[in-house]
Design a protein around this ligand. Sequence first.
Ligand SMILES: *Cc1c(COP(=O)(O)O)cnc(C)c1O
Length: 465
Amino acid sequence: MRYISTRGAAPALDFEDVVLTGLARDGGLYIPDQWSPISPDDIRGFADAGYADCAFRVMRPYIDGACIDDADLRALIGKTYAVFDDPAVAPLRRLDDDTWLLELFHGPTLAFKDFALQFLGRMFEHILAKRAQRITIVGATSGDTGSAAIEACKGRNNLDIFMLHPAGRVSDVQRRQMTTVLAPNVHNIAIEGTFDDCQDLVKGMFNDEGFRDALNLSAVNSINWARVMAQIVYYFTAAAKLGTADPISFVVPTGNFGNVYAGYAAHQMGLSDAKLIVASNQNDILTRFFEAGDMSIAPVRPSYSPSMDIQISSNFERLLFDLFDRDGAAVAEAIGKFRESGTLPDGARLKAAAGAVFSGFRTVDADTLVTIRETHAANGILLDPHTAVGLGAARQMVPDGTQRIVLATAHPAKFPDAVEKATGVRPELPAHLADLFDREERCDTLANDLATVQSYVRDKAPVVA
Ligand SMILES: *Cc1c(COP(=O)(O)O)cnc(C)c1O
């Protein structure tokens, strides 16, 4: 399989290079040059197959044989999903006649990002061993991504991970999920500043060519194709388990558009009747686009669902590529104008093109709490606030009688304050994290200063070149 850039001006690459490269040289994102179909028979077969077998069937065509052979890929996928604490890996739970929760929080860090990052960490290790290379991963996090990336990289050969978070500005659970990982290749840095400061420091490290090359810097951010690819699988397993011939609506709590873009990939590969509902909180740029073709940037307003507090959704560019009939130059021009003026040009036409598959809905904070409270009263289930944003959209947007699957993106214990506020009940951490608050933490606090952070990283990472 060849991968092409959404901006049409970077060389086509194979899977291995796409995984290591992340962003394309022309600023675009890599996508496969064709979708590999999954037939109705394949889908029926998934109903009784294990999750790892389905994952192998869905992902194999996207991964070159030269990178990893069948037996090694099966083993790698098997190990990836064996660490999930539910035998179904991504179980479906029924809420009422038409409504299902797809529980994506049974991985080690209790959010759906484990599906992709547990796979990516192992794939990195495989590729680096094969190439006899060493890399230094640097990243900035406001919460979920950092813990999932650290958990995926801890103890792996040939890589170190440095994760920057804003000191005092992530929740206690989120911080401890990062800082209690004591593996020697994991380095937590609390920055005296905001999340944006952390991101700027990471950008500063990448922009320093000498530093970047000396340490072989790499990233695990949400635009990496391998992350999207691993997320396609559960759309198929969920559709197979439901086993209905009727169209399904998938409702996806959305931030950077990675998860719902994986749903779009599944749609293109075989779930051609499925609809995708993009659920947002009060940071509703995507809702405004899918409702009225208006994609214009507004300031970020903090919410109970912080992993969706985003204005520019990086993976949206992948959809844009198809909305522009795969014309990379047109995508580059539109993105340029969007960055310059804050508004995506030609929005009404693009929205009309997306409307056959996508719609959008916003659930503001007050309604999120109501959804959490009502679901607890009716079903005895505690929802995390991101999932509640999804369920709110499902109830409003999907006509009765249509099956709807809400992607439950986090475990309620990850966001205990909002859940307690809504229900009076404080959700408990699952057994493997029950002692999280007794564990030793390791983290260094550094000033918001590029030179300080660079010399810290240089000191701790083994120099590779
Ligand atoms: C990251 C995250 C999201 C947003 O997913 P995207 O792929 O960025 O759209 C939603 N919910 C939770 C809990 C998350 O961690």
